[in-house]
Design a protein around this ligand. Structure first.
Ligand code: NAI
Ligand code: MG
Length: 487
């Protein structure tokens, strides 16, 4: 038998294959989108930058309380006069139109998302934007069938929804929030995250292009204070939030005792569990996708690798080899696997927790990789020798950092997987169907993937247990969250 030499570096190096920026037209400054028009805010403004170069992209208005009041009033008028009364079959036409425009302008949206967020074009082009369109198509399909969806014969919208979203999947989180709200007959005031406002503002233009009645969608930019003003506004009927557990708790406190409905989608520390009978090659791809997809800025990331002791050495060896082939760099290069960290703040958090991981006794490993000089970067990182007590095993790092823990029996795997304040997702890798079902029953996680990871579909509800929040988005439960009398 011929012995094949171990391969440590890729056979071929790729020539740069940058996607053109020419398709996007970024304005020097943006106002707020209120009542169907772009208006100047009363407050100051802030800059959004490209995290892969630190280049300033645009100046964006910061909405203050008076602006939020205008936006909520516009949304209320649109709800009571137009959108809340419109037959579902008519609302559906607008949603289908928006979905089609998103498809038509998908390249533009993908390039803009990668520029403002730092994620690889391969992901924004092949995952984010197609799933955004799929959400609008899916919920458009429900708009005229609400009375046949199990919510009674004449389900009613809530009214005005205040929606606050994070920076990790800017347009996708917008779609998760806006599509079901509009399908159910609500109007919205949505705030994108301060580091990634541009695709939401382009979406506002798409609403104009689709002739959506003024006030149905209002986009207000700003940071925490703007978010707080939305939460505090007395005429908002529902708050939908995705972001950190701390802010989620603050929102829950702020709305306690009011009539506002709330859904919270917060952090995670998912276990990705590999048994000794798992298809190892596929598991390696699943582990890589689980933690390095979107630089690990994923609430349901598989950030804790639980690997059965008998295969741990083999899995870790192969994982390191696979990690050595990941290309870190220019988000607009079509060959890039891992893009830029979204902000200096997030990079500081990832660095701090990784340093703590080392000082608490974890063994840290990263493949050799050249990181660009400007911008925010962190190499794909693997920790071994991690115990349950280590902070990197307990806290959400929200970066490309994987903590590995071993186990011997299925019961031990379950105990370790559930030993976390979070409960958003989990992954199970095994050849045994019965074990998958048994594990899925035992795991306290809203989503359990079997022999795959990070798969998203608009028909599938998503949400967590414990400190990962409450309520579900996606599927019919995602619609119920925007209807009276259902939850
Ligand atoms: P964050 O929770 O502060 O930001 C999320 C959104 O909430 C942004 O639009 C922000 O402007 C807004 N916001 C901030 N303070 C608010 C307040 N008091 N009231 C209303 N809205 C408010 O999250 P941040 O600081 O960007 O990230 C910190 C950590 O949170 C990350 O390292 C990660 O661990 C976690 N995170 C989790 C996300 C998830 O998808 N579950 C998404 C983003 C962050
Ligand atoms: Mg940005």
């Amino acid at each position: 038998m011929v012995k094949v030499p171990e391969r440590t570096t890729p056979f071929f190096d790729y020539a740069p294959a940058p996607e053109s920026r020419a398709i996007v037209d970024i304005k020097a400054s943006y106002g707020l989108f209120i009542d169907g028009e772009f208006v100047d805010g009363h407050g100051s403004s802030f800059k959004t930058i490209n995290p892969s170069s630190e280049e300033v992209l645009a100046e964006v208005a910061e909405a203050d309380e008076a602006d939020i009041d205008l936006a909520v009033r516009a949304a209320r008028r649109a709800h009571s006069r137009v959108w809340g009364r419109m037959p579902g079959s008519e609302r559906a036409k607008y949603l289908f139109r928006i979905a089609r425009i998103i498809q038509e302008r998908s390249r533009e949206l993908a390039v803009l998302e990668s520029i403002d967020n730092g994620k690889p074009i391969r992901e924004s082009r092949d995952v984010d934007i197609p799933v955004v369109a799929a959400h609008f198509f899916y919920y458009a399909g429900w708009a005229d069938k609400l009375s046949h969806a199990g919510f009674g014969t004449d389900p009613k919208s809530l009214g005005v929804a205040g929606q606050i979203i994070p920076w990790n999947f800017p347009l996708l989180m917008l779609a998760w929030k806006i599509a079901p709200a509009l399908a159910a007959g609500n109007t919205v005031v949505l705030k994108p995250a301060e580091t990634t406002p541009l695709t939401a503002l382009l979406f506002a233009e798409i609403c104009q292009q689709a002739d959506l009645p003024p006030g149905v969608v209002n986009i207000v930019t700003g940071a925490g204070a703007t978010g707080r003003a939305i939460v505090a506004h007395p005429d908002v009927d529902k708050i939908a939030f995705t972001g950190s557990t701390d802010v989620g708790k603050a929102i829950a406190r702020a709305v306690a005792g009011t009539k506002k409905k709330v859904t919270l989608e917060l952090g995670g520390k998912a276990a990705n569990i590999v048994f000794d009978d798992a298809p190892i090659d596929e598991a390696i791809e699943g582990i890589v996708n689980g933690i390095f997809f979107n630089q690990g800025h994923v609430c349901c990331a598989g950030s804790r690798l639980l690997v059965q002791e008998s295969v741990a050495e083999e899995v870790l060896d192969r994982l390191k080899r696979r990690m050595s082939t990941l290309r870190v760099g220019d988000p607009l290069d079509k060959n890039t696997d891992v893009g830029a960290i979204n902000s200096a703040e997030q990079l500081a958090k990832i660095r701090e927790l990784s340093d703590i991981g080392e000082s608490e006794g974890g063994e840290r490993w990263s493949p050799a990789c050249d990181l660009p000089e400007n911008g925010f970067w962190f190499p794909p990182t693997l920790f071994t020798g991690v115990t349950q007590a280590h902070r990197i095993a307990r806290e959400e790092i929200f970066g490309p950092v994987l903590s590995t823990i071993t186990f011997r029996t299925p019961a031990e795997a379950v105990e370790k997987a559930n030993n976390t304040p979070f409960g958003l997702s989990a992954g199970v890798w095994t050849d045994k169907g019965s074990r998958i079902l048994w594990m899925a029953n035992q795991l306290r996680a809203g989503v359990v993937w079997a022999n795959t990871f990070n798969k998203f579909d608009p028909t599938s509800p998503f949400g967590g247990y414990k400190e990962s929040g409450y309520g579900r988005e996606g599927g019919l439960p995602g619609l119920a969250a925007y209807l009276k009398g259902s939850s």
